[in-house]
Design a protein around this ligand. Structure first.
Ligand code: PMP
Length: 307
């Protein structure tokens, strides 16, 4: 999806013009993929734009950095403020937000630690990641021939830039085969997650989502949806899911900041349920859409206002 240019990007403490937000070709992370990032969204609310669960995303960014021994030269509070400032200065009511932490220009070789640590925050308007039709009617999924990385190869708890080669290969494979999105299995053969979303299945009235130990990222949307599901009185838990559970599910859906809550219409050409988004999926979509826009008092703490 093309990027829509905005005015300013935050780079290492200063707001710079969009076209000036450039880096040197010998930037370390560009070569070896050791960086961490976040994907966040701001939504319009009755009291102005609010970033959804911004503090939780910044905590995850710092945890990702800790795993890779990246010493971020700002505090979490500073990055929370910088994010709000970047949304505000660009005058956006609604946008996607991409904080990135990377090893910059300094030395080459596999030890990144002597390099400076740089931080940027970019924001731009970004519509439904899997398309408006995907949200309404559901998406067609393919189980990838690529596995999710094993935890001792790449730590799934970290949102590391280089780790996404795995997701990109699975995404390309699914798109070339005519599907909308891929599902990755863990090296043990359990369902892990999608290329940039967590996955849920509903079978016999129970909602289940794979745990971190199956190679899934600890999704913030996953956590929000599990909270909402529990508040609705639904039976929701972490649990291992088999490939065949997907084929025989009553409902299935995926969750992510960019994608939001998206029904799954089929998996490997097996129709999920009757092929229409199921009632639990619809209800969770509806409450999530209200929560992010500050229209549900139970979840007001998740709306972090920009001004
Ligand atoms: N899994 C992967 C691999 C992701 O990239 C993302 C997006 N950050 C997610 C799951 C969903 O996480 P979140 O709900 O926090 O956006």
């Amino acid at each position: 999806m093309p990027i829509t240019k905005t005015e300013k990007i935050w780079m290492d403490g200063a707001l710079v013009d969009w076209d000036d937000a450039t880096i040197h070709v010998l930037t370390h992370s560009l070569h070896y993929g050791c960086g961490v990032f976040e994907g966040i969204r701001a939504y319009p609310t009755a009291s102005g734009p609010a970033v959804f669960r911004l503090s939780d995303h910044i905590v995850r960014l710092f945890n990702s950095a800790k795993i890779f021994l990246i010493d971020i030269p700002f505090t979490a509070d500073e990055l929370v403020e910088a994010t709000k400032q970047t949304v505000a200065v660009n005058g956006l009511q609604e946008c996607y937000i991409r904080p990135l932490v990377y090893f910059g220009y300094g030395e080459m070789g596999l030890n990144p630690l002597p390099c400076p640590v740089n931080v940027s925050i970019a924001v731009w308007p970004w519509g439904a990641y899997l398309g408006e039709e995907g949200i309404q009617r559901g998406v067609r999924m393919k189980i990838s021939s690529w596995q999710r990385h094993a935890p001792n190869a790449m730590p799934p708890a970290a949102k590391g830039t280089g780790m996404y080669i795995n997701s990109s290969m699975a995404k390309i494979e699914a798109l070339k085969a005519g599907y909308d999105e891929a599902i990755l299995l863990s090296p043990q053969g359990y369902v892990s997650e999608c290329t940039g979303e967590n996955l849920f299945v509903v079978r016999g009235g129970r909602i289940v989502t794979p745990p971190l130990s199956a190679g899934a990222l600890e999704g913030i949307t996953q956590h929000s949806v599990m909270t909402i599901a529990a508040d609705l009185g639904f039976d929701v838990s972490f649990g291992n899911i088999l490939r065949s559970d997907l084929y025989t599910a009553d409902e299935a859906f995926l969750t992510g900041t960019a994608a939001e809550v998206v029904p799954i219409r089929s998996v490997d050409d097996r129709t999920v349920g009757d092929g229409e988004p199921g009632p639990m999926t619809r209800k969770l979509q509806e409450v999530y859409a209200a929560a992010v826009r500050g229209r549900d008092d139970r979840y007001k703490d998740w709306n972090e206002h920009v001004r």
